[in-house]
Write a protein that binds this ligand. Structure first.
Ligand SMILES: [Zn+2]
Length: 182
């Protein structure tokens, strides 16, 4: 049984430029590159969620405009884009990639030994995804472990949002849900 590696939102709009980018997230890039290389060698499945919005998306009532369709903001960062042929890229207009039709198809059609999760931002898109996936597996009695890679996730700094604090709180909350932090 193969594993699934999920790379969350490592797009330019969250890392390199735009209203929601924080270049400190780049510190997890080398770890994610090695997770991807390892997954390719082991012939595991790799999914990359990419935030991608239409101009009038409801999410912009909550967050400033970001990752508009057709812009570089919704593209994977250059370091990861080189692996695009080895990954299934899933665009999403919401924080939670779990709800996308493409991801639902994947978990409906294949059972994985484990799901390894990395990317950003730990306390929003990563946590929402992991929590939903855990509920789904529990509800269906599917024995697939979910593992979040500590050195492969991070979040942004802004007023009222301290990256270090929000990152470590999210990791603790996920552990409390039964998600392994590795
Ligand atoms: Zn978004």
């Amino acid at each position: 049984m193969r594993s699934l590696l999920v790379v969350v939102d490592m797009v330019n709009g969250f890392v390199n430029f735009g209203n929601l980018a924080d270049s400190k997230i780049n510190k997890i890039t080398p770890k994610i590159e090695s997770l991807i290389k390892e997954s390719i060698l082991e012939k595991n499945k790799i999914v990359a969620f990419c935030d991608c919005h239409e101009k009038n998306d409801i999410e912009f009532e909550t967050y400033p405009e970001h990752c508009l369709k057709g812009t570089k903001e919704c593209e994977l960062i250059p370091e990861l884009k080189v692996f695009k042929n080895d990954m299934q890229i899933i665009n999403k207009p919401t924080t939670n990639g779990f709800v996308t039709t493409a991801f639902q198809e994947i978990i409906k059609n294949e059972q994985f030994e484990k799901v390894v999760v990395c990317g950003c931002c730990t306390d929003i898109c990563v946590q929402n995804f992991c929590a939903s996936l855990k509920e789904y597996f529990d509800n269906k009695n599917i024995d697939t472990k979910i593992m979040v890679v500590k050195d492969g996730v991070y979040t942004f700094d802004s007023p009222n949002h301290n990256a270090e604090e929000c990152n470590s709180r999210a990791l603790t909350e996920m552990e409390n849900l039964g998600i392994e932090v590795i």
